[in-house]
Design a protein around this ligand. Structure first.
Ligand code: HEM
Ligand code: HEM
Length: 168
């Protein structure tokens, strides 16, 4: 993913990073309503009235991830992002790059497959959604470990940069 070399993330990139992360967290924590509604629909049964608002919330927040992901990808390709830094070992640099690449794929694949299942009833889309969200979860865990190692072990500036909500 190319982009001009810049030395830090812009304020918008920082906000986009954490907004998407927060939305994804909510999607994982509050998926019960969607799960119940989806199961009922597939069995041709009535879903409980109380589950619908949560199912709609899942759809709206998931589509918000998609829109923000497109904005973020566009910013990344026009403005650029700082190079992966703070890690001397090429294998760790490669791992960080692969993690970021996987994220960019997943923040599109997961909502798009969810939408394909929900709106179009595309066969297999629900399965892709389920597998995608599991992979996303593991990539998030790996990414968090990486960020904490960067900050506490390698003492790099990377986490501080991603927390700079107020810089220009
Ligand atoms: C990044 C965004 C999203 C994340 C992280 C996410 C996450 C999840 C999770 C954790 C589940 C529960 C699956 C299970 O219990 O096995 C789920 C189910 C589901 N989601 Fe999403 N979702 C996202 C976006 C969307 C969107 C945009 C839609 C629809 C427009 C959608 C539709 C569905 C459907 C239909 C299910 C039930 C599928 C099934 O269980 O097979 N999701 N999602
Ligand atoms: C669902 C949650 C998350 C997603 C999808 C995500 C995604 C990403 C992506 C794609 C990048 C690459 C930079 C870019 O292109 O914008 C990045 C960078 C970064 N993320 Fe996350 N992230 C998530 C959660 C977190 C969390 C919880 C932390 C902290 C514990 C974190 C800390 C960082 C840091 C420090 C960077 C900068 C890395 C660097 O410049 O080398 N992220 N994140």
């Amino acid at each position: 993913m190319a982009g001009a070399p810049v030395s830090s993330y812009s304020k918008t990139q920082v906000w986009l990073h954490w907004s998407i992360a927060a939305l994804i967290l909510v999607q994982f924590v509050a998926h019960d309503g969607m799960q119940h509604v989806w199961r009922a629909l597939r069995r041709g049964q009535e879903a409980a009235a109380g589950d619908w608002p949560l199912a709609y919330m899942h759809v709206v927040l998931g589509l918000a991830v998609l829109v923000l992901a497109a904005w973020r990808l566009w910013l990344r390709s026009t403005r650029g992002v700082p190079p992966v830094s703070g890690m001397e070992h090429p294998a760790l640099q490669l791992l960080a790059r692969l993690t970021h690449l996987a994220f960019y794929a997943l923040i599109f694949i997961v909502p798009l497959s969810g939408a394909a299942a929900w709106f179009l009833r595309v066969p297999g889309a629900g399965l892709v959604h389920g597998i995608g969200k599991n992979i996303l979860l593991y990539v998030v865990l790996l990414h968090i470990v990486g960020a904490l190692v960067q900050h506490f072990v390698l003492k790099s500036n990377v986490l501080r940069q991603m927390l700079a909500f107020r810089q220009a």
